[in-house]
Design a protein around this ligand. Structure first.
Ligand code: MN
Length: 289
């Protein structure tokens, strides 16, 4: 039986960049306010880099700010990022490491270049993915998963075409490293050169972000920072790269609920956004101390 291909619904070039604090020059490759349910259960992907930072003594990053109702997933390719939050969690992640932070009912946190990277300078390349939470879980207590590179299962692609690091979800029979609230996959894929065919579950919205190299997807050429959105129907995804590619493939069962977001809060109703600001004002998100 022929396995149906997932249809490419759109290919998007990265928009102009902006700075998050003074540490992260990012381009927002997708966001829910533009693409809505097409990218559900994901909300946003910020892609920083690669960019060169000179050595300094002055910490670079983004200071204390709140989140509620979703998760921030930080994936480092080069450089080091340090995080600290009001739930008492924190740590430094480097190349290959992932930090999966569940804001849930609310955290305050800060995100900076690590002290060592600040002093040495160097190449920073990272991505931050926002993952939505279903209404039933949005007000759960915060959670923090520090996922070191060596805890992420690596699966080789056939014919030496490359490898898949299973950050979350499943790849074939291999379970990913992160715990998630809904069914989703986050695959960090390196293609060394050649072609591969991936099996992405039927019913999963699917987003591919090219974070280096060049890629051909269903006859369309993608460059660094380009994004492809694929439909939920079908399961076959055919990728080809002559000279190699680094990409994130994110897929998941859409969360069929209203999305109402404002800045660092993503909830289901306007009233819940107002309540988030009230709680922030009243100090109910805690502090970094
Ligand atoms: Mn943040």
């Amino acid at each position: 039986m022929e396995i149906a291909a997932k249809e490419v619904l759109g290919v998007y070039h990265a928009p102009a960049g902006h700075w998050v604090g003074d540490g992260f020059p990012v381009r927002t490759l997708f966001s829910y306010d533009r693409l809505g349910k097409l990218v559900s259960p994901f909300l946003l992907l910020d892609y920083a880099g690669p960019s060169q930072f000179a050595p300094t003594d002055k910490p670079r990053g983004v200071g204390e700010h709140p989140h509620r109702g979703f998760e921030t997933v930080t994936i480092v390719y080069s450089g080091e990022v340090s995080h600290r939050d009001s739930a008492g969690n924190g740590g430094t992640i480097g190349p290959g490491d992932v930090q999966w932070m569940t804001a849930g009912a609310g955290v305050m946190h800060e995100e900076f270049h690590s002290e060592a990277f600040t002093r040495s300078g160097g190449l920073m390349k990272m991505a931050q993915l926002w993952v939505n939470m279903p209404a039933r879980d949005k007000m759960n207590p915060p959670r923090y998963q520090a996922i070191a590179s060596d805890a992420i299962p690596v699966v080789g692609l056939p014919d030496g075409a490359g490898q898949v690091r299973v950050i979350a979800g499943r790849f074939g029979t291999v379970a990913g490293a992160a715990q998630t609230w809904t069914e989703l996959n986050v695959w960090d894929i390196s293609i060394a050169g050649g072609a591969c065919v991936l099996d992405v579950p039927e019913g999963h919205n699917t987003v591919i972000a090219l974070l280096g190299g060049q890629l051909s997807l269903a006859g369309q050429a993608l460059g660094d920072g380009d994004l492809a959105i694929l439909g939920a129907a079908g399961s076959r995804v055919s990728l080809q790269s002559e000279s190699g590619a680094t990409l994130l493939l994110m897929s998941g069962v859409p969360i069929d609920e209203p999305i109402v977001g404002y800045g660092p809060f993503v909830m289901n109703t306007r009233e819940q956004i107002v309540a988030a600001f009230d709680d922030l004002q009243a100090g109910r998100f805690g502090s970094l101390g």
